[in-house]
Design a protein around this ligand. Structure first.
Ligand code: FAD
Ligand code: N01
Length: 540
């Protein structure tokens, strides 16, 4: 290629990539295509990331599968057919494996290997990466593809070690599956994972007790098998669809209707919401009006519509009452389900409100709350993740002068990045779907491809320009971080205690860490930065 010094020893690479999910694998592909040596380290024993770990019953994507896939290869787009509107976890995992085979990616991935630390050596301009195997490798570029939702959170319940039954976290599900037949199962958590798992487990278990702390909004997914004709049309028009995805708000080729909820009469609103409810899917309700996530009064109207649906669906009024969410709709991850509220009409399902009577401890035989004891054979923790900074902080990442990322970001309360891609003091480190990028508030496939392509173009540019070091400027990152917060503060997102705010982890600093300006706007900003010679970064 150019004058760039290539690394070719077995332990020295141009780039080390952490994680072999969708982002790490595509990063590897692009680095190879552009002529760089790379090694991927993955804690699991195979590819897939999220879809490798989250094998709980009912797990599936909630972005339509035709949009939740790689778009970089025309050949791949032609070869793969999704069976349903929302693909289930096994099918998504098969897809990732298919991609890994097709592009022969596994030969550069070291599995069963956790990256423990990464330290930047200023004199050598190399990152030294320490692995849990005891090995050390070095690389000019350190690229994290660790995922935003890969650090499972099992809350520190007193007495869990005494529990005599089986317990599992949804994000760390046994590969051999779990047998619920004849068992009294308890599930803690009613977020996206809990709401997907509950209807499926209820069909198998002898009895299912749901421990709910915060009732959630959820609307029907209305999943259906994909019609081959529909897929044919999609394939024919994919370049237009891809362009729309890339320039949209969320990475899904749909836009909100440009109308306020107050521009319609109550009857018309009801009709619009009802149509969206019947249609199902992730954005139909949210996109019904343009002010639902901005003004409390608008939000209250859609929230009440969903509460009315819950009252309508759940037969026992006292159970329905406990299931009614009261926070701003859409400020926790929007959820779509298959028969979630209907499941509470089953005789073998009971609901326990643990906000009213919190869990005191896990005993040898079950869960003890402040007012009762529940005998269980199995506990499922659908308790989420230490999101965004969690997987990054699990690695001891140290930049210039030995400063750790955790120290720099004050444990997460003071996250500072430039474009969510880099951070000052950490030269030649890139974060894929890092904090302060659109990441988890987008169709992540679009965000992943955009980041990977931006990073590989940047590395190629550096190589062509004979530049060895790239580092975010402090003023550029301050401007970016403030901009992210300003946008978030104009919405209702920051008014709710959610994992987006770090509120789900005991002792975690609070702060909203996602860029909300939309993936299209974000792409334009990143492209302009690159076109102007990576303005806001120092290149030497
Ligand atoms: P991940 O898939 O999380 O992969 C990261 C990998 O890095 C993991 O395999 C992990 O083992 C590895 N790793 C982390 N730290 C280390 C370390 N120190 N050393 C070695 N390896 C390490 N997004 C959507 O857009 N649409 C959806 O419908 C959707 N559904 C989801 C459903 C579930 C159940 C979950 C949990 C998330 C979902 N997401 C969804 C978000 C999903 O995480 C992303 O879409 C995407 O799969 C992320 O890919 P990734 O490669 O960036 O990260
Ligand atoms: O995790 P969550 P998740 N005692 O944090 C409860 C993606 N995803 O795994 O709300 C009692 O949302 C907690 O209660 P509360 C998606 O981005 C996508 O479900 O904090 N309860 C909550 O009910 C999603 O947002 C899909 O009061 C406790 C639940 O556990 C993200 O992953 C599917 C508790 C955790 O919900 C995380 O979803 C699955 C305690 N000590 C996941 N601690 C798709 O379909 C926590 N809880 C796309």
């Amino acid at each position: 290629m150019s004058s760039f010094q290539k690394s070719n020893s077995l332990t020295d690479f141009d780039a080390v990539v952490v994680g072999a999910g969708f982002s790490g694998l595509y990063m590897l592909y692009r680095l190879r295509e552009t002529g760089f040596t790379a090694r991927v380290f993955e804690a699991g024993d195979n590819v897939g990331g999220t879809w490798y770990w989250n094998r709980y019953p009912g797990a599936r994507c909630d972005v339509e599968s035709i949009y939740y896939n790689y778009t970089f290869s025309e050949e791949l787009l032609k070869e793969w057919s999704w069976s349903a509107k929302y693909a289930e976890q096994p099918e998504i995992l098969s897809y990732i494996n298919y991609v890994a085979d097709k592009f022969d990616l596994r030969r550069d991935v070291q599995f069963n290997t956790r990256v423990q630390s990464a330290q930047y050596n200023e004199k050598k301009n190399r990152w030294t990466v320490q692995l849990n195997s005891g090995e050390k490798v070095s690389a000019q570029y350190f690229i994290t593809a660790v995922g935003c939702l890969s650090a499972s959170n099992v809350p520190k319940f007193k007495g869990l070690e005494n529990f005599k039954g089986e317990w599992h976290h949804t994000g760390h599900w046994p590969h051999e599956g779990v047998d619920f037949q004849g068992k009294r199962v308890g599930i803690i958590g009613t977020g996206s994972s809990g709401i997907q798992a509950i209807p499926v487990i209820a069909k198998e278990a002898k009895h299912l007790t749901v421990f709910q702390r915060t009732p959630q909004y959820s609307s029907p997914a209305r999943n259906t098998p994909n019609d081959p004709e529909h897929l044919k049309n999609i394939r024919k028009n994919y370049s237009d669809i891809r362009a729309k995805m890339r320039h949209s708000i969320t990475g899904i080729p749909e836009e909100p209707r440009n109308i306020s909820v107050f521009d319609d009469s109550p009857e018309e609103r009801q009709r619009v919401f009802e149509e969206a409810w019947q249609k199902g899917g992730l954005l139909n309700l949210t996109y019904s009006y343009n002010d639902l996530s901005i003004t409390p009064e608008a939000n209250a109207i859609v929230a009440e519509f969903i509460r009315s649906k819950i009252r309508e669906t759940v037969i026992k009024p006292e159970v329905a009452e406990k299931l009614l969410p009261r926070f701003y709709y859409g400020t926790k991850r929007t959820i779509i389900d298959t028969d979630y509220f209907e499941t509470y009409n089953r005789d073998n399902v009971s609901l326990v409100d643990v906000k009213e009577a919190p869990i005191q401890e896990i005993t040898a035989t079950g869960v003890k709350t402040e007012d009762a004891e529940y005998e269980l054979d199995m506990i499922v923790f659908a308790t989420g993740f230490d999101a965004m900074t969690g997987p990054l902080f699990k690695i001891d990442i140290r930049g210039k002068d030995g400063v750790s990322l955790k120290e720099k970001w004050a444990g997460g309360s003071h996250t500072r990045t430039y474009l969510g891609l880099g951070t000052a003091g950490f030269p030649n480190m890139f974060m894929l779907t890092g904090p302060e990028s659109p990441s988890v508030l987008s169709n992540m496939m679009v965000s992943i491809e955009q980041h990977v392509e931006w990073v590989s173009d940047c590395i190629s540019y550096m190589c062509d320009q004979n530049q060895a070091v790239i580092e975010a400027k402090e003023d550029a990152e301050n401007t970016w971080s403030n901009h992210c917060r300003e946008i978030a503060d104009q919405t209702l997102f920051t008014k709710t205690n959610s994992w987006y705010m770090g509120a789900n982890i005991e002792g975690k600093a609070r702060g909203f860490q996602i860029y909300l300006g939309g993936v299209g706007t974000y792409r334009t900003i990143c492209d302009e930065v690159a076109e102007k010679g990576y303005v806001g970064f120092i290149l030497t």
